[in-house]
Ligand binder design. Structure first.
Ligand code: ADP
Length: 214
């Protein structure tokens, strides 16, 4: 496989780039999607969430009540830490499993990790950062993703600044243009990715948290 990381701020177009790469044949490992997957009804993770935060975290249909969890978990630092201790190891183990499986193939494996700048993964062969002016991100989030402007701005403000993400980039995809321009850049990146060496073993352990270099 060829193992790369993909990141970008909210509204940068990271999901769109991920879809374009998948269209070229990349295997996408999406951290957010795996978080939802490990919290499916009946999962060990969901049981632990109910044990720590109360049975009211589980809706009548057995699924996680995300709004209820957000209300309690984001209320204090200890609660967020406890939630992370429940969810992160399960997500990391599932990501490890998928990377190990893909390592046996010649595929390009894209780790889609929103907080890659905060949690660097040194084993990645390259990191692609999708970059956009935050003002344009706000207007796209409002126009296409039904967010209020206030919410979009608050979410962007909570993230690392743009230059911190750019600092970890081997390739930057500039999403300041239209969708065709984005697709053209992704195509160039795709061809460049093919030139990277194949590796046969995963260099990552995604169950561990990494700290940014000092
Ligand atoms: P992210 O995953 O980084 O939060 P998305 O890929 O969801 O961002 O992009 C945010 C919104 O902007 C989506 O609705 C997407 O379809 C739209 N979008 C992305 N790139 C462009 C572009 N170049 N031109 C217009 N709209 C875009």
């Amino acid at each position: 496989m060829i193992l790369i990381g993909l990141t970008g701020g909210i509204g940068s177009g990271k999901s769109t780039v991920s879809l374009l790469l998948a269209g070229h044949g990349a295997v996408i490992i999406d951290a957010d999607a795996i978080v939802r997957e490990v919290q499916q009804p009946g999962s060990a993770v969901l049981d632990k969430i109910a044990e720590r935060f109360g049975e009211q975290m589980i809706a009548a249909d057995g699924s996680l009540d995300r709004a209820a969890l957000a209300a309690v978990a984001f209320a204090d630092d200890q609660a967020i830490k406890d939630l992370g201790k429940i969810v992160h190891p399960a997500v990391g183990a599932e990501m490890n499993r998928r990377v190990a499986e893909a390592a046996l193939t010649d595929q390009v494996v894209v780790m889609d990790i929103p907080l890659l700048a905060e949690n660097p993964r040194p084993g990645l062969q390259a990191t692609i950062v999708v970059d956009v002016d935050p003002e344009l991100a706000v207007s796209r989030l409002v126009e296409f993703r039904n967010m209020t402007e206030e919410d979009a701005r608050a979410r962007i403000a909570k993230q690392s600044p743009r230059d911190k993400r750019l600092a970890i980039a081997d390739r930057v995809v500039d999403n300041g243009g239209d969708r065709d321009e984005l697709a053209a850049q992704v195509e160039v990146v795709w061809h460049w990715l093919q030139t990277l060496p194949q590796i046969r073993e995963s260099p990552l352990d995604l169950t561990t948290k990494t700290e940014p270099p000092a």
